[in-house]
Each structure stands twice: as structure tokens, then as C-alpha cells.
Design a protein around this ligand. Structure first.
Ligand code: MLT
Ligand code: ZN
Length: 456
């Protein structure tokens, strides 16, 4: 019997037939990544409901030599959860419970399949907030957020997922289950395994639950969309706001061509009376007159062409759409190549201005779209009009980032898309240390084997 068939038969006998799906139509719904760039044909999709069932999946995979790709909401953007090489998909969405909410200490435990929106709702219900947020909140899951160390829209205030993480439960590639979900904030008992698994992209094991730190809720929010005369002025403004505006929650950057695309897809009206080449979306919370404080802060910035400030929910939501609709609007042009990069603050504006020419030099008919998290130096360079396997653009864009002292992955992960360029961000000894960790925790090499680390 073929190894995959034997794996399926053994797991069906163990977990029940409905937990192991081989119907090609169902498998196809797990076979393509969100961008449409990465495809695969998984021989099976398994749907464990508990950590013990996940442990059974890993034990059976070890026995039959089957590679596994964990998947949650399938909102990843670098092919990190796509079974391109015939791996079995482990769909973790059934592990979706929020438990052990501590409204006094401000913590909760979320199963890997819990959506980010459900964590946020549970946090609100306990009188707190969850510090990580991004547009795919309704489908993206805690497991994927931990696996990629997702950052998102509130990074400037609360940091990435790693900073929210107090502990994890996971099934390692060894087959062992580790569980450290502490009820305390301060805990320095040895190696921080949660931090190690965070950002490991499923290459060491499958995260099944996370103990998450909650944050104090923001005060009433004001949101501004501010048009600038230049990228340099917008980037400088982001730095000024970080230093001077208390309660700053987000500073997001969009460009005129991206806003025009969003408008053509959504039918939104022009955001400002004046045309601006670069715009910042700024949000801040304050218990005393947030609108006035934000308007005053914006008025003190250099290079502002026009601005709109809102405090009521629907108008704030509309301003956010000019930013949040970028991902789906760009996808209407074609499957994008996503370069999720961070630059040192001093290099950010020139990089954003230059990168379309860097791309055009090797791909003249491609289009380059930039937007991102200005306060974090994190710009999402999206390139449409490329063949799925194009590498020339990645070569020049990622090399430019490395030359400027930046990182080739800020929050999406390395995935399949960028593993060939890991050497631009990590030294040979660092990659060697990562391989040693991988060999120790995934000795059979079955956990997301084609992701993050390049082939030796
Ligand atoms: C975002 O910032 O909107 C997300 O990282 C998604 C994306 O880059 O498309
Ligand atoms: Zn982002």
C-alpha cells in the first residue's frame, strides 16, 4: 500500500473516518494559498479536534513517513501553509475554544483554530483588548498568528504576536506534546519555547493552543487620513507622531495609485479634497477629546496637503477601508508576489520611492504596489504581472533591502516564497543553529519541510 493510503487508513481507524478527508473537492479547498500563487494536491486533509488527536496525527505521520502542513484560516501570503509537495494538510480550525479567561490578570488561552476576531471579542468581554489585529481577523487563526509571529496594524503600540505570548501547547515533530500555559505574567523558567515556536512557521511542530497576554483597552478612538506632499514627509511624520502623540494606535501608509485601485474596486469616493501622492492613516485613543488631540497633532506635522479626522464609528471604518482594502484590491489585478520587508527608518522613504524602478529594471511590464505599516518601517511591496515562479524580482528587491540594512520578512514569514533568500537576513552560523534546532525537534523532517529553511 502507498504510504499516504496506509497513513489515511491508520488515522481513520484511530480518529474516525470523518476526521480524515480524501475527497478531492474538499482537499482542493486547502490546496491553494490566499494569493493564488502557490498550489498543491494534498492526499488528505485531517481535522483533529483535540491536542491528543493532533498527537495521534503526528505519531501516525512519523510511523508512515508523511509530511504535514498545518493550516488554519489559510490567509498566509508566502505559501507557508500550502501543500505544494503533496503534504497532508492538518486543518486545526476545530481547536477553536477560548478557555481560562483571567479578567483580573488579563490573560486567556486560545486554541490554535480560534480566529483573531474571536480572541479580540473574548478579550473585550473580559474588560481587556487583544494587541494584535489585521484585516483578515475574521478568518486568520491564533495558530497561524503564532506560527508567523504576525504583526499587523497595532504593532506600533503592542508589538507582534510574540509579545502577547505567555506560553504554548504544541505537538513537536518528535511526537512529544509540550504544554506550558502559565497563569502568571512573570516566568523565566529556562528556555522560552513559546518564543521559539513563534515564527517557526510550523517547521518544529504544530501549535495547538496559546496563552495570550491581554492589553488595556484603548480610550475612545480618533482616526485621521492625512495627505502628504512626499514619502519623506510622511515617514518623518510617522516618527514625530510616535514621539509626541500619546495613545498612538496605528500609523499606516498608502500611496495614491493604491488608493485609486481601492476606489475602482470598492466605489469609495475620493478620501480628501486635495490629491496627495502619499497618505497616512493615523489612529489614537484618548479619554479626553480624542478628535481635538489628533487634529492638533496632525496640524503640527510638516508637508501636510489635506486631512480628514473622524471619531464616529462608520466614518472611521470608511477611512480604514482605504488602507485595509489594499490586499484584496491588488489581488484583483492578479496573483501578487508579496515582499513583506522592513527598512531602517532613515532608508524607508527612499526605498519606497525607488522600488518601482528596481522592479521595472528586471520586469518592465510588472506593476509595483506599496503600502504598509509606516511606524514600523514595514512596507508591503506587492508586484503583479509576474509568472508564479519568477525569481528575478525577488533577487533585486530583497537584495536592495539587505543592502539598506533591512529585513526580508517583517510579519508574513519566510514561507516557501522567500526561503531561497534567507541568507540575506541570517548568517550561515545562524542558519546552522536553526537547522540544529529543527533536527532536534523535528528529527524526521516531517513538519512543514519545504518552508523557511532552504534545502541544505
Ligand atoms: C496588511 O498589512 O494588510 C497585511 O500584511 C496583508 C498584506 O500585506 O497584504
Ligand atoms: Zn501587514
Amino acid at each position: 500500500m502507498h504510504a499516504a493510503d496506509a497513513f489515511v487508513a491508520a488515522l481513520r481507524a484511530d480518529l474516525g473516518p470523518d476526521r480524515v478527508v480524501t475527497d478531492p473537492e474538499v482537499a482542493a479547498t486547502h490546496a491553494v494559498d490566499w494569493t493564488g500563487r502557490f498550489h498543491g494536491v494534498p492526499p488528505a486533509v485531517v481535522r483533529p479536534r483535540t491536542v491528543d488527536e493532533v498527537a495521534a496525527v503526528v505519531a501516525t505521520a512519523i510511523e508512515h513517513g508523511i509530511a504535514l502542513v498545518p493550516q488554519g484560516g489559510n490567509t498566509g501570503l508566502v505559501g507557508g501553509a500550502t501543500p505544494c509537495d503533496g503534504e497532508v494538510v492538518v486543518d486545526l480550525r476545530a481547536l477553536a475554544a477560548v478557555t481560562d479567561v483571567d479578567p483580573v490578570g488579563g490573560q486567556l488561552t486560545a486554541g490554535a483554530g480560534t480566529t483573531v476576531a474571536d480572541v479580540q471579542a473574548a478579550a473585550r468581554g473580559a474588560g481587556w483588548a487583544y494587541g494584535v489585529d489585521w484585516a483578515a481577523r475574521d478568518s486568520a487563526t491564533v495558530g497561524g498568528s503564532v506560527a508567523t509571529d504576525a504583526g499587523g496594524l497595532r504593532f506600533v503600540r503592542h508589538g507582534s504576536t510574540r509579545r502577547q505570548l505567555l506560553g504554548v501547547e504544541a505537538v513537536l515533530g518528535t511526537g512529544a506534546t509540550i504544554r506550558h500555559l502559565p497563569a502568571v505574567e512573570k516566568d523565566n523558567t529556562g528556555y522560552d519555547l513559546a518564543a521559539l515556536l513563534c515564527g517557526s512557521e510550523g517547521t518544529l511542530g504544530l501549535v495547538t493552543a496559546a496563552r495570550l497576554r491581554l492589553v488595556p483597552p484603548a480610550g475612545p478612538l480618533a482616526t485621521a487620513l492625512v495627505g502628504f506632499a512626499s514619502t519623506a514627509a510622511a515617514v518623518e511624520a510617522a516618527s514625530v507622531l510616535r514621539r509626541s502623540l500619546a495613545g498612538l494606535e496605528a500609523v499606516e501608509l498608502v500611496l495614491a495609485d493604491g488608493v485609486a485601485l481601492v476606489r475602482s474596486v470598492t466605489g469609495l469616493p475620493a478620501p480628501l479634497a486635495a490629491e496627495a501622492p502619499v497618505l497616512l492613516l493615523v489612529e489614537a485613543g484618548d479619554h479626553v477629546d480624542p478628535e481635538r488631540r489628533l487634529a492638533e497633532a496632525v496640524a503640527g506635522l510638516d508637508g501636510v496637503l489635506d486631512a480628514a479626522v473622524a471619531v464616529d464609528g462608520p466614518r472611521r471604518a470608511q477611512l480604514w477601508r482605504y488602507r485595509e482594502e489594499h490586499t484584496s484590491a491588488i489581488s484583483t489585478v492578479g496573483p501578487p508576489h508579496k515582499f513583506d520587508v522592513t527598512l531602517p527608518a532613515a532608508a524607508l522613504a527612499a526605498f519606497i520611492d525607488d522600488v518601482p524602478d528596481v522592479v521595472a529594471a528586471v520586469a518592465p511590464s510588472a506593476r509595483t504596489w506599496c503600502f504598509g505599516h509606516a511606524a514600523d518601517g514595514n512596507v508591503h511591496v506587492n508586484v503583479t504581472g509576474l509568472a508564479p515562479d519568477d525569481e528575478a524580482v525577488a533577487d533585486v528587491v530583497l537584495q536592495r533591502v539587505a543592502d539598506l540594512g533591512g529585513s526580508i520578512s517583517a510579519e508574513h514569514g519566510i514561507g516557501r516564497a522567500k526561503r531561497r533568500w534567507l541568507h540575506l537576513a541570517r548568517t550561515p552560523s545562524e542558519v546552522g543553529a536553526m537547522r540544529a534546532i529543527k533536527a532536534a525537534l523535528d528529527p524526521h523532517g516531517l513538519c512543514n519541510p519545504a518552508v523557511l529553511l532552504p534545502p541544505p
